[in-house]
Write a protein that binds this ligand. Structure first.
Ligand SMILES: [Zn+2]
Ligand SMILES: [Zn+2]
Length: 240
């Protein structure tokens, strides 16, 4: 259990009974069986509970960017992946105080505000995937937005240029974005292409440097992800 970063709460209950324990990474409680712990160690998985491993090592700055991208401004420091995070909705017409859990923002993409749903994109919403570049920052960014929202305009107002926007349903847009980000981060292990200071409207965790990945390559990354998601139904990217 110690190798797994878990501190048992009670006595050993047997190999196949959930064993309540405290995660040394997030301080939360969890209850894996010893069998599953052994399997995870054999696979070389990192320490911590499922929630911690699913979210990886997160620095507070990245967590704040992900919160802003989901539509809220933090009112307190990052409290960890599963505690409610006191924050304020960024939608000017709402601005209510909310407390989403980081894990659901990052993994369920619920959007930060449960009242207005300003940034939360539901599965059947008309949405779009966009690819934008900033030539001074020498960076590209992928993102998703609801049709009719001003997300892209915000970025354009500080020098980003649209390379492509492709309309599709919310769940498709999310899948395409995830495919591209997984390629950049998990397969190619590319660092972010911009910093938090570069991006007042958030989203630097969705960027890549054009020094690491050329414009042609990022366009191709998007096209392949769209093809994988929509297949023959793919609409031609609109270039502006
Ligand atoms: Zn944990
Ligand atoms: Zn709101």
């Amino acid at each position: 259990m110690a190798q797994r970063g878990l501190d048992p709460i009670g006595p050993y209950p047997g190999t196949n009974t959930p064993w309540p324990s405290v995660c040394s990474v997030c301080g939360g409680t969890t209850a894996p069986t010893l069998t599953s712990i052994r399997k995870a160690l054999k696979q070389g998985q990192g320490a911590g509970c499922d929630l911690c491993r699913r979210n990886g090592a997160i620095c507070p700055e990245d967590a704040e960017d992900i919160l802003r991208t989901a539509g809220a401004e933090p009112l307190e420091p990052f409290p960890g992946v599963k505690k409610p995070w006191r924050s304020r909705c960024l939608n000017d017409r709402c601005r209510r105080e909310v407390s989403p859990a980081f894990d659901s923002l990052k993994n369920a993409h619920t959007g930060a505000c449960k009242y207005c749903g300003g940034y939360g994109i539901r599965a059947e919403d008309d949405a779009l995937v966009y690819l934008i570049v900033h030539l001074f920052l020498n960076a590209a960014k992928i993102g998703i937005a609801k049709v009719g929202s001003d997300r892209i305009e915000e970025h354009i107002s500080i020098g980003w240029q649209t390379v492509a926007t492709i309309e599709m349903l919310g769940h498709q847009a999310r899948a395409v974005e995830t495919t591209v980000l997984d390629l950049w981060r998990k397969e190619l292990l590319l660092p972010y292409g911009a910093t938090a200071a570069d991006m007042p409207f958030a989203g630097y965790t969705e960027t890549v440097s054009l020094a690491d990945r050329s414009i042609d390559e990022v366009k191709d990354d998007l096209a392949q992800a769209v093809e994988g998601e929509l297949g023959g139904a793919m609409r031609t990217p609109r270039s502006d």
